[in-house]
Design a protein around this ligand. Structure first.
Ligand SMILES: [Fe+2]
Length: 306
C-alpha cells in the first residue's frame, strides 16, 4: 500500500467552458490553461491546477491525489485494477496511474507535475485575538471582489456501498480515520472522514469524505481560504453575482472548519473553508452518531442545508 500526500485537483465535465470559467473566477480561482476541450484553473498555491473541466455533458469525473514519490506510482501500478505508469498530457507534465473507484469515479495518482509560483494574497492581515495580539499600527482595509482560494483541501463523495468504497480508498492510498459516523450499533460505521498519513506531520482533518448516499455522486469539493474575512468577502461577491447558495456561513463540529457552500452553474457544490483542525498520525479516531455529521457550532444549522 502507498500513502498519498494530498488531494491536488478535481475533474468535471461541463458543456460550456466559458460559463464554468466565469463562475470559478468569481469563486476565487484563476485560469491556468485553456484549450478547445479543457479548462485548467489554479488556486494561489504551487499546484499547476486544482480544477479541471472537460467539455461534455455535466458530470463529476473524479480526483487526483499526489504520490510521495515516483517509486510509489510504480508500486501502485503493480496492483490489480491500476493502469501502468504513464506521462500526463497536461500543463506541467508529470506521471500518473489511473484507477476507477467502486462508484465509477476516476482516481488519478500523480507525481512530478512542475510547480508554479504562488500568487500574492490581497487581503492578508494579522488578527488581534483577545489575549494574543499581533497587529500594531496597521489597519484592516479589505479589498472587495472574488476571494482567493489557496488550495483544494478535500473532496466529499456520495457512494453506493460505503464499506466497499472505504476499503478501496484505505487500502490503496493509506488514509486514516479522523472521525467516523455510525448508525445503530457503534460498529456499524457508514461514513468516514479520511486524512492522509504523513506520520508526525500535521495534515487537514479530512482530505476525502465517503458518505452513504446510496448512489455515486459528488457531495462537494472544498477550497481553503485565508481566514474568516476571505469567507465573507467571497460570500458577498458570489451573492452579488447572483450565484446559487447552498449552505453557510457556519462552523462545523467535525473538522471545526468555518464553511460556506455554493453551487457552480452545473449544480456541483463547492465550498470555501478556513481554520480547520490539523492532526497527525497520533490522533485517535472520533466515533459519532450519523445524525451529527453536519452539526454546527455556530452560524447556520444543519437543517438549512441545500
Ligand atoms: Fe467540506
Amino acid at each position: 500500500m502507498i500513502k498519498v500526500d494530498d488531494v491536488v485537483y478535481a475533474t468535471f465535465r461541463a458543456p460550456d467552458l466559458d460559463r464554468m470559467e466565469n463562475f470559478l473566477v468569481d469563486f476565487g480561482l484563476m485560469r491556468a490553461h485553456r484549450t478547445e476541450s479543457h479548462l485548467y484553473m489554479r488556486a494561489c498555491g504551487r499546484d499547476q491546477y486544482a480544477h479541471i473541466t472537460e467539455l461534455g455533458d455535466p458530470a463529476f469525473v473524479g480526483m487526483g491525489f499526489r504520490a510521495k514519490s515516483e517509486k510509489d506510482l510504480f508500486t501502485l501500478a503493480d496492483k490489480e485494477g491500476c493502469s501502468s505508469v504513464a506521462q500526463l498530457d497536461r500543463p506541467g507534465g508529470g506521471k500518473y496511474v489511473q484507477l476507477t473507484d467502486p462508484n465509477g469515479f476516476k482516481v488519478e495518482v500523480v507525481h512530478g507535475i512542475d510547480t508554479v509560483k504562488p500568487l500574492e494574497l490581497k487581503n492578508n492581515y494579522k488578527f488581534n485575538f483577545g489575549n494574543d495580539t499581533e497587529r500594531y499600527n496597521e489597519f484592516i482595509r479589505l479589498k472587495k471582489g472574488p476571494t482567493q482560494c489557496l488550495r483544494l483541501g478535500h473532496v466529499v463523495i456520495g457512494v453506493s456501498d460505503f464499506k466497499e468504497s472505504n476499503k478501496f480508498y484505505k487500502s490503496n492510498f493509506g488514509f486514516l480515520d479522523s472521525d467516523v459516523c455510525y448508525e445503530g450499533d457503534k460498529e456499524n460505521v457508514i461514513l468516514a472522514f479520511n486524512r492522509v498519513d504523513r506520520g508526525k506531520e500535521y495534515v487537514d482533518h479530512h482530505t476525502l469524505l465517503t458518505a452513504p448516499t446510496g448512489k455515486p455522486e459528488l457531495g462537494h469539493i472544498a477550497f481553503e481560504v485565508q481566514d474568516i474575512n476571505a469567507i465573507y468577502l467571497g460570500h458577498e461577491h458570489l451573492h452579488s453575482k447572483g450565484y446559487d447558495h447552498s449552505w453557510g456561513v457556519g462552523r462545523h463540529i467535525l473538522g471545526s472548519q468555518i464553511f460556506d457552500y455554493w453551487f457552480d452553474p452545473f449544480g456541483n457544490r463547492v465550498e470555501h473553508w478556513t481554520d480547520g483542525d490539523l492532526l497527525n498520525n497520533s490522533s485517535p479516531t472520533g466515533v459519532h452518531p450519523y445524525s451529527s455529521r453536519f452539526a454546527t457550532q455556530w452560524g447556520v444549522t444543519e437543517d438549512s442545508r441545500k
